[in-house]
Design a protein around this ligand. Structure first.
Ligand SMILES: Cc1ncc(COP(=O)(O)O)c(C=O)c1O
Length: 492
């Protein structure tokens, strides 16, 4: 733990060129609070004295403090002034601190400039110490996962597996699993492929990392959806890509905007079935237009279908890959949302010419995912349990979502408007209170809720203020209780 500091003797790193001063001061103080260099209970001096000491306008200090107060880092007591908050829940500190620690370690770890640039802006997801926490946006229904069935299959696979499965595995992945996946994505998503084009990865994230490293050169221009999925942006940036955030509307990525502003992009990353985080589906017209652009430019498209099967009102459009005539689409799928997070198994469906280079790249990274886990998943799919589970979850999630929307719209009317998602494991609550969504999300975290603010996922093009509410991972009682807490947070 660092040395105890007061506001007056806190060393501050100078602002970056162009950085707003209040935002800089807010960031410095927030970092010091999360680092515990400013300890809980430390008295906050007057804005006048700090303005004088830091040699900045008093209004700048007030703006930074207002922000810290609204997010709960600073508390006020009538008659006693302001103090660094004493009650911050572990998880929210853990997420924020991992970020702060990462930057600190980055500075002294002797990393290359490429290494530093790759990790500096990354946010680590905290490990789950519980399930059912409202409104954790990244979790499926772990409470409903058929653990007994899974463990019976696992025991059987481990007992009967030939000894060869304990030896070196295939860099592309376990063949029966690749066959099962090719059949599943062909039937359910219209993806044209055979098992040879499927490579098993450690979740979607490794797939995004491999694609970024193997298809991009440093400095290549890349289109990403704005708002969009940070996991993809981190991987693309780590490969040295220059990011062009392309706005998204009701029909998905605005392809014409991309053509106008960055016509020669080398790659576009999209989530057409369920746009992350807006939840819209890309229209057929936009799909065709994106494919046309990629074919004309010789560019790649990453199609990330992380939870396409959870569609509540209508059948999803077939995958973009099914319309691809020029073999430019790399399809990414994952079982982490369909089954459970820690499984960490996902897959790539590649144009044939990419299969061997990708398999070769596996051999000098992780070689292959654990074969026995792949064999368990293969059995689970081949015996029909996967299809059954997805159908069961679709019903359960539809129920959970409508409970959340009903409870929220009853308790939070005029403050938060919660819509029903057309697909996926989360929905959006549009704020009607004129507050910043990050402020509300920060306050909610201090009350023990786990939710995200839409603006955390915007890069350049702003969106109305909204909260991202996961509903799949909580049962109906947890959701109702979560809405009660949110009512307190919003002052209902
Ligand atoms: C857009 C998107 N892609 C992929 C994933 C899943 O990635 P992984 O399989 O690495 O857990 C997520 C998870 O939230 C996501 O939102």
């Amino acid at each position: 733990m660092g040395k105890r500091e007061s506001f007056q003797d806190l060393p501050l790193t100078p602002p970056k060129a162009g950085e707003e001063l209040w935002r800089w001061l807010y960031g410095q103080l927030r970092g010091a609070i999360l680092d515990r260099r400013l300890r809980p209970g430390t008295r906050v001096p007057s804005s006048r004295s700090l303005a004088k000491q830091y040699n900045i306008a008093r209004g700048t200090v007030v703006a930074a403090f207002d922000h810290l107060k609204s997010e709960g880092y600073i508390q006020t007591q009538v008659g006693a002034g302001a103090f660094v908050a004493t009650t911050m829940p572990d998880d929210s500190i853990a997420v924020a601190r991992s970020h702060v620690d990462l930057r600190k370690r980055t500075a002294h770890a002797g990393l290359s400039s490429r290494g530093r640039a790759s990790v500096e802006s990354v946010l680590l997801l905290p490990a789950s110490h519980s399930v059912g926490k409202a409104f954790r946006p990244w979790e499926p229904a772990i409470d409903l996962f058929p653990v007994n069935l899974w463990s019976r299959i696992a025991a059987r696979v481990l007992r009967r597996a030939p000894r060869s499965l304990y030896g070196q595995g295939d860099a592309k992945g376990y063949l029966p699993l690749r066959k099962a996946i090719a059949e599943y994505v062909g039937g359910a998503r219209g993806v044209h492929c055979d098992a040879d084009q499927v490579i098993i990865t450690s979740g979607a994230q490794q797939a995004l990392d491999l694609v970024s490293r193997l298809l991009l050169d440093p400095g290549d221009r890349v289109w990403v959806e704005d708002p969009g999925y940070p996991g993809a942006v981190f991987a693309l940036k780590a490969a040295g890509a220059r990011i062009t955030p392309v706005p998204v509307d009701q029909e998905g990525l605005e392809v014409e905007w991309g053509r106008r502003h960055a016509p020669h992009g080398k790659l576009a990353y999209v989530t057409p079935a369920n746009q992350f985080p807006l939840g819209t589906a890309m229209s057929l017209e936009r799909r065709l237009s994106l494919l046309n652009w990629a074919a004309g430019e010789g560019s790649w498209i990453i199609e990330d279908e992380y939870d396409a099967e959870y569609r509540y009102f209508a059948r999803p459009l077939a995958a973009l890959q099914s319309l691809d005539r020029s073999e430019c689409v790399v399809y990414v799928g994952t079982f982490t949302k369909m089954l459970f997070n820690s499984l960490r198994l996902g897959f790539l469906v590649l144009p044939s010419r990419l299969v061997d280079p990708f398999a070769a790249a596996r051999s000098f990274t992780d070689r292959h995912p654990p074969t026995l886990d792949q064999a368990i998943l293969a059995e689970f799919i081949l015996e029909g349990h996967f299809g059954h589970h997805v159908r069961r979850m679709r019903q359960a999630y539809a129920e959970r979502m409508s409970v959340l929307a009903d409870a929220a719209n009853r308790r939070l009317s005029g403050l938060l408007e919660v819509g029903c998602a057309a697909s996926g494991v989360r929905t959006l609550g549009w704020l009607k209170t004129n507050e910043r969504d990050t402020e509300v999300a920060g306050r909610a975290r201090l009350h023990g809720l786990e939710l995200a603010a839409l603006s955390q996922f915007t890069l350049r093009h702003s969106q109305p203020a909204a909260l991202i509410l996961g509903f799949a991972g909580c049962n109906v009682d947890e959701l109702r209780r979560g809405v009660d807490v949110l009512a307190t947070v919003l002052g209902a």
